[in-house]
Design a protein around this ligand. Structure first.
Ligand code: ATP
Ligand code: MG
Length: 473
């Protein structure tokens, strides 16, 4: 029987027979009196389930539950409370995925229930992501804050939200979670990648058209906005919208009605718009590539998704999660990561963020075999630090210029990828787990010249003055 760890949150301590009853189901049982102490334990050890049993030290069951949901959203919770009314059970089960167990007299049947709940949760976790807030994994303080924010703003069904974050930080995931946790969850969630639909088609895709609106418009076609009525539209890569379409979206946001192409009628449409971008929209506004009025309309509530390097505490949880799902997908049996392999993952800088981490784990699980992921299997993740740059940064740079060092690391990672791919940008993007746009953008930013397919040169003359100027500021 697989072994696991269960946390009992109660102010009663461990009563006689409880540890044995859980051990018989393969669980090590530990106890804490309140949510704060429970979370301290959860932070240091993985958990398979939490049992909440009143009395709790100065807290209600719902309070402990809410605190746990923000910390370990996916851990199954069983509440043991013989005193609770059916109405309270209904309320709690409606808003969380906790289960109830009413019989607190003997721990044996409870341990059996916990076993079943854990098995069900393991099976569910191997399925596709749920799209709910629980799918946003991570323990870091900023990730918890992110979950709390998502939960809060999801509830106000009309608020317009702008998701800002580098490539691979989870914008799609969060947009989906916002929808799933909102009162609009029963209606459609329509993600639209503004950069993937050709400009000429985008307008009719969004707004639809009447028959005969243009040559190819034979029949009536409903646009994506109209199809999403009642639900949520996620306008991803919103910075890519052309000026004419920006004007139309602005009008839609102001009037909440749309006209199909070739139509005359104003059709009321009720939806929430979430938009997403990895570029600096304010800069796009100042460069007059993005309308300022639309920018203000879209970012009623801006949500920043931090890059993975700013939440390294999330790396073990995410890596473990990807390992579990990929083991199943590729029929492998990796039990976990060797400590030095995990250290390597935690120390890597992940310019492609969570997507890059996922791709890295996928690559190892697919190509390697064994019972645990060893450090040597991660050799393709050469730390950007051992770069081949001629000048060590320390001579002229104060060591605390984190942003400068980050640029250097990013540059080195990019150069190495380009070298390995003989200057092929698409291939480099794929290896790094980032979009081709990101690669292109960085190439411009660093002034890298790609001469013939084999040679990658960096004009040092362009980099050095910039660095000196920064270090003097
Ligand atoms: N907190 C998280 N927990 C679990 N999985 C995550 C988390 N954040 C991101 N992921 C996963 O990482 C991958 C990349 O996330 P996502 O596609 O949402 O990023 P993105 O910001 O939309 O990237 P891009 O700008 O490239 O479109 C997805 O497979 C997603 O499920
Ligand atoms: Mg995306």
């Amino acid at each position: 029987m697989a072994s696991g760890k269960v946390l009992l949150v109660t102010d009663r301590g461990l009563e006689r027979g409880w540890k044995t009853a859980f051990a018989a189901q393969g669980f090590d049982l530990d106890t804490r009196p309140d949510s704060t102490r429970a979370i301290e334990l959860i932070d240091t050890e993985g958990l398979d389930a939490v049992v909440i049993r009143p009395p709790l030290r100065g807290e209600k069951v719902e309070e402990v539950l809410a605190a746990l949901r923000l910390t370990t959203p996916r851990v199954p919770v069983v509440i043991v409370d013989p005193e609770v009314t059916p109405r309270e059970v209904f309320e709690i089960c409606r808003t969380s995925s906790a289960e109830y167990h009413f019989d607190a007299r003997s721990p044996g049947p409870l341990a059996g229930t916990v076993r079943q709940v854990v098995e069900r949760s393991r099976a569910a976790r191997s399925g596709p992501p749920t799209g709910s807030i629980d799918a946003i994994l991570g323990q870091a303080a900023i990730t918890r804050e992110l979950r709390a924010t998502v939960l809060k703003i999801a509830r106000s069904a009309a608020t317009t939200i702008l998701l800002l974050g580098e490539s691979g930080t989870g914008k799609d995931l969060v947009a989906h979670a916002l929808h799933e946790s909102s009162p609009r969850a029963a209606a459609a969630f329509v993600p639209i990648n503004c950069s993937a639909i050709p400009e000429a088609l985008l307008e009719s895709e969004l707004f639809g058209h009447e028959p005969g609106a243009f040559t190819d418009a034979k029949t009536l076609k409903l646009g994506l906005l109209e199809l999403a009525n009642g639900g949520t539209v996620f306008l991803d890569e919103v910075a890519e919208l052309s000026m004419p379409i920006q004007a139309k979206i602005l009008r839609f946001l102001e009037e909440r009605t749309l006209k199909r192409l070739g139509g005359t009628r104003d059709i009321p449409v009720d939806l929430r718009i979430i938009s997403g971008t990895h570029v600096d929209l304010e800069e796009a506004v100042s460069l007059q590539r993005f309308r300022q009025d639309l920018f203000f309309r879209l970012q009623v509530v801006p949500v920043h998704l931090p890059p993975l390097r700013e939440r390294v505490e999330d790396i073990p949880v995410l890596a473990r999660h990807f390992l579990d799902t990929l083991n199943l997908r590729f029929h492998k049996r990796f039990g976990g990561f060797a400590p030095d392999a995990m250290r390597r993952l935690v120390e890597h800088l992940w310019p492609g963020n969570i997507r890059e981490l996922k791709n890295a784990v996928e690559r190892v699980v697919l190509l390697e075999d064994g019972s645990s992921i060893e450090s040597s299997m991660l050799d393709f993740l050469r730390p950007a630090l051992e770069a081949t740059r001629p000048e060590p940064v320390s001579v002229s740079q104060p060591p605390d210029r984190a942003s400068l060092r980050w640029d250097d690391l990013e540059l080195d990672t990019l150069l190495r990828a380009l070298e390995q791919c003989h200057g092929n940008q698409s291939e480099a993007a794929r290896r790094l787990g980032v979009s081709r746009d990101t690669v292109r953008h960085r190439i411009n930013k660093f002034g890298i010249r790609l001469e013939t397919r084999a040679i990658v040169t960096l004009p040092l003359d362009r980099r050095l003055p910039a660095r000196e100027a920064e270090s003097g500021s």
